[in-house]
Ligand binder design. Structure first.
Ligand SMILES: [Zn+2]
Ligand SMILES: [Zn+2]
Length: 215
């Protein structure tokens, strides 16, 4: 079977991400397998939504950039959602048909990944570890090319409903800082429209001086 991405695309993904690491290809592989299983192309607009289960403190968090690059589902586009469960897994949804697939790395593969010297050195805090020149590129190739069923499991989900936030086009101008704030984030205090930061500042000033929030 064709690899998920070729050498030129890998370079582009690495340029987008900013470094050559082993977390990025994890995301590329999972995202690429999800696209392949759904039989769809990279999302150009809002055709797809991705739900990634990686958590902010999770090792190899670079995974997320691989997912964004290959699926076209990005934080900025509003079609990447984070469901931080501490897993290297992704659900990809085709919005029109509501067909979805969840792709997750197999535990055995991830445990092997954690034993790879560059990863193990990082986990143990050996900052001076220098991999052999070919070591990291070979491991990237392995992540991208190893037979699919050996490293990931794929589950199809028939009818997946994605909750999307409703866009808020209303606004107020904050009475204290003068910045524009969208309506849903505006708070009223003593007849003033305030942004959440200025509301907190007033409440803090009020309680420290007199123990009550001044109107
Ligand atoms: Zn990285
Ligand atoms: Zn303000």
């Amino acid at each position: 079977m064709e690899p998920i991405i070729g050498p030129e695309e890998l370079k582009q993904a690495q340029a987008f991400h900013g470094n050559v690491c082993l977390g990025l290809p994890l995301g590329l592989r999972v995202g690429g397998e999800a696209l392949r299983a759904l039989g769809v192309a990279r999302s150009a607009d809002k055709e797809l939504t991705a739900i990634a289960e990686v958590a902010p403190e999770q090792f190899s968090h670079c995974f997320l950039d691989g997912v964004q690059w290959i699926t076209g589902c990005t934080i900025g586009n509003g079609n990447l959602q984070l469901a931080p469960l501490g897993k290297f897994a992704l659900t990809l949804v085709q919005m029109e048909s509501r067909r979805a697939v969840r792709v997750a790395f197999r535990a055995e593969f991830l445990e092997e990944f954690l034993r790879w010297p560059p990863v193990a050195a990082k986990a143990e805090g050996h900052r001076d570890y220098r991999p052999e020149p070919e070591e990291v590129p070979q491991q990237i190739e392995d992540i991208l090319r190893r037979p699919m069923h050996e490293i990931v499991s794929i589950r199809e989900i028939g009818d997946y409903s994605v909750a999307l936030p409703k866009m808020d086009w209303t606004h107020r101008v904050c009475a204290d800082c003068g910045e524009l704030v969208i309506g849903g984030y505006t708070r009223e205090l003593g007849g003033d429209a305030l942004c959440p930061a200025c509301l907190a500042r007033r409440a803090h000033a009020g309680t420290t001086e007199s123990g009550v929030v001044r109107p």
